[in-house]
Ligand binder design. Structure first.
Ligand SMILES: Nc1ncnc2c1ncn2[C@@H]1O[C@H](COP(=O)(O)OP(=O)(O)OP(=O)(O)O)[C@@H](O)[C@H]1O
Ligand SMILES: [Mg+2]
Length: 314
């Protein structure tokens, strides 16, 4: 079955997460480039990242206010203190009053220590931005923190019977329930990462059942590149127990085969969770973040049978 990547660029709000370092920022940026190339007004945002990755990929600073970096494509790094100010302003709707409230040490301390307050205002900001864009792609923190963050509106709804936090939580839960709000998880062909992906998915399905998880992505997959002839040759070489250059070729071939086997295992295991899995190719690291992102975007376009011009930022 060929996996269909179109849910990625049909969503209005797309949360992207995965175990740390698996390539969530790359995937978020690649989907952003593809959506923008499809003519959708797109925003890719990081969540209060101290070391934001989007500037490395797009060669442009990412601040709280979105900045357009390519046609139809903006990036942002949503700092929670700004999001909090905006949220308070949306409630009291007077800038002067907002400053007074924010200056009040008791209030700001309360908001800083209230569990989940940060997460709630960040999600609120995502929701607000999604009114101005066709698609907002959120490069979420690593999976454990991402699930904790996404769970906050459910907790807030239980804890606050009324008031602005309650209303915010309700609006966010309504956003989760929309078919065009989705979460995708990025994995790697490594046992620990596959384990964590399975666990994360189970936690989401159990804790946030309204949120759709349409597909999984297997990044840095080794898509079979050895031909049958090459495999036969490897077997023959093995039988001859060679030394020197031939042994090196044999080693490289065995390495390639083991990577392909790891990809096969990961695809098999992830395939059992009842979601389509899209494999994204492992690319040479020295290509640089920008070109890697462009190639992942092109790969997604090909997988989806899309004809798009991705040269803009390649
Ligand atoms: N398919 C790929 N092939 C080769 N390199 C890749 C691939 N995907 C991502 N990378 C590279 O791996 C590194 C980590 O990617 P990225 O920053 O997207 O990961 P992340 O999951 O967002 O990490 P973090 O948890 O630190 O936020 C980057 O240098 C990126 O260019
Ligand atoms: Mg990242």
């Amino acid at each position: 079955m060929r996996a269909d990547p179109s849910p990625l660029f049909r969503s209005r709000v797309l949360f992207v997460s995965g175990k740390g370092g698996v390539g969530t920022s790359t995937v978020a940026a690649a989907v952003g480039r593809l959506s923008a190339a499809l003519g959708r007004k797109t925003l890719v945002m990081e969540v209060d990242n101290q070391h934001p990755t989007l500037p490395v990929i797009f060669g442009h600073a990412a601040a709280y206010e979105p900045a357009e970096v390519e046609k139809n494509l903006s990036i942002a790094n949503t700092t929670w203190s700004h999001a909090l100010e905006d949220w308070v302003e949306s409630i009291v709707s007077m800038r002067r009053l907002v400053r007074l409230i924010m200056k009040n040490r008791v209030v700001s301390l309360f908001l800083q220590v209230t569990p989940g307050a940060r997460d709630l205002v960040m999600l609120w900001r995502v929701m607000e931005l999604s009114r101005s864009y066709d698609q907002v792609i959120v490069d979420m923190p690593a999976s454990g923190n991402a699930v904790a963050m996404l769970t906050v509106p459910l907790t807030a709804e239980r804890l606050f019977p009324s008031g602005p936090i309650r209303r915010c939580a309700e609006e966010l839960l309504a956003m989760y329930a929309r078919p065009d709000t989705q979460l995708v998880l990025v994995a790697l062909p490594e046992e620990m990462v596959v384990n964590e992906t399975e666990e994360t998915l189970a936690r989401v399905l159990q804790g946030i059942p309204a949120l759709r998880v349409p597909l999984l992505l297997l990044n840095r997959a080794s898509i079979p590149s050895l031909s049958e002839g090459e495999r036969t040759l490897l077997r023959k070489l093995e039988a001859a127990a060679p030394s020197g250059a031939a042994a090196e070729v044999l080693g490289a071939g065995a390495w390639e085969e083991s990577l392909e086997a790891a990809t096969g295992d990961a695809l098999h295991r992830l395939g059992r969770v009842g979601r389509p899995v899209i494999a994204l190719p492992a690319l040479p690291r020295n290509e640089g973040a920008r070109r890697i992102t462009a190639q992942i975007a092109s790969h997604l376009a090909r997988t989806g049978g899309l004809r798009v011009d991705l040269r803009g930022g390649g």
